[in-house]
Write a protein that binds this ligand. Structure first.
Ligand SMILES: [Ca+2]
Length: 427
């Protein structure tokens, strides 16, 4: 049997079993990591073989990868996961409990305590959900089974193996998300190595068990990604704006307009902002789709789909779908592949009354049975500031950034109210 056929068969066997050991030699990217770490002297051959002997392919990881919340939920549902009393109250408890570290991080990094708490709330519910997947299994599975991002996850696996070695952690035991993010702030390995800090000062940088390190590391992450101390995230939430300003609304992940330009169009930009301050305009509205710039234009291929059927269903030409996705002439696609949809498929269509917010464009299914949050029915226009886009460095979705910002605002309100209120039972 040729080596190629053998490798192919081995891969197929691996893919058919939900949990099974993986040989590094079964995949060139795994073998490259082994070679590099052994050559560099960081791992002995025996040591790295022991690590890989413990790695298992997990179908559950691939399944989870196919349906992250930003794809499958409407903005209304997505927001509700995070903006709810339970999470807000736990967040304020967390804030009061770790007040000193949060104050220190706010001072040192200029990132408000409410923002750090909000990130922890969205990422792990303040450390309650740090992930149940073995990071080693997740990363190996994604390298072997998630072709589109195999290269990225291979890079993360290498970082993970260096990270654990440098920090004296057992790489076969660390738990995290299905995508390999760990600890209170759910850092992936490259972020851990680049941005984590020892904020507790005990000589260890531990995002899994040391909450103080997690708090400081989020502050540092934000600063390293361009956070501007003292600046707002979003400024107004406004339903009535001149049409010319509304027309500027986009979900591009950058600040595109100067305050002067917006003022000329009649936008109520805060007087405190100088003319050269750069802002984005973001709109969230129940009657329009709420496409996410990074994720909206995607169709998840199901078993039995053909490229041209997908094109037809989305009213674009076969040719255009091939071109945008760089498909070969046969239009080969595979189950689980994310196909980009060309621009003409993304024009907002008339929306039936009662239809929900839609997140992911054509891939989202309207759900009219769910009760609509009345307070969110009016269009919300925001001026987004530079700091808003720093949040999208943490997670590329503008919906994520908006959920974090909304949670941060709610946390700050409840925190102030709790501090102002007399302690229950005190006389
Ligand atoms: Ca520490």
């Amino acid at each position: 049997m040729s080596k190629f056929i053998f490798t192919l068969l081995a891969s197929l066997i691996i893919l058919q079993n939900s949990a099974m050991a993986i040989e590094p030699s079964s995949h060139p990217r795994l073998q490259a990591i082994v070679d590099e770490l052994v050559t560099s002297g960081l791992y002995s051959e025996e040591e790295i073989n022991q690590v890989f002997a413990a790695a298992e392919f997990k179908q559950s990881v691939l399944d989870a990868m196919q349906s992250p919340a930003e794809y499958k939920l409407t903005w209304g549902k997505y927001r509700k996961i995070f903006i709810q009393d339970d999470r807000i109250n736990q967040g304020v408890d967390f804030w009061l409990e770790h007040q000193a570290a949060l104050d220190r991080a706010e001072q040192e990094y200029g990132v408000p305590a409410s923002m750090i708490v909000a990130i922890l709330g969205v990422e792990s519910k303040f450390g309650r959900y740090k992930g149940k997947h073995k990071v080693l299994d997740s990363l190996v599975t994604l390298i072997v089974g998630f072709e589109r991002r195999s290269k990225f996850f291979a890079s993360e696996l290498k970082e993970f193996l260096i990270l654990t070695k440098e920090n004296g952690m057992d790489p076969t035991e660390i738990l995290g998300s299905y995508a390999g993010a760990v600890g209170f702030p759910q850092f992936i390995s490259s972020s851990y190595r680049n941005y984590a800090v020892d904020f507790s000062g005990d000589g260890k940088t531990d995002l899994i068990d040391q909450v103080e390190d997690a708090i400081g590391s989020i502050g540092n992450y934000f600063v390293e990604n361009g956070w501007h101390r003292g600046e707002p995230v979003t400024s107004i939430s406004h339903a009535v704006l001149p049409q010319a300003v509304k027309d500027l609304a986009s979900r591009k992940r950058k600040v595109q307009h100067t305050a002067a330009e917006l003022r000329t169009l009649g936008a109520p930009v805060a007087e405190s902002l100088s003319d050269d301050e750069r802002l984005g305009v973001l709109m969230l509205n129940i009657n329009d789709k709420v496409p996410d710039e990074t994720k909206r234009d995607v169709y998840l291929v199901r078993a039995g789909d053909t490229a041209c059927q997908i094109a037809e269903a989305h009213k674009v030409s076969c040719q255009e779908l091939f071109r945008v996705n760089k498909l070969n002439r046969r239009g080969d696609i595979f189950r689980g592949q994310r196909l980009k949809l060309p621009a003409q498929a993304l024009q907002p269509s008339p929306v039936a009354e009662g239809q929900k917010w839609q997140v992911s464009g054509a891939a989202a299914v309207a759900n009219s049975s769910e009760a609509i949050d009345e307070t969110r029915e009016i269009p919300r226009y925001f001026f987004t500031h530079h700091n808003f886009y720093v949040i999208t460095r943490y997670n590329q979705s503008v919906l994520y950034a908006m959920a974090v910002q909304d949670l941060s605002t709610e946390l700050a309100k409840t925190y102030e109210a709790r501090r102002a209120a007399p302690v229950a039972g005190a006389s």
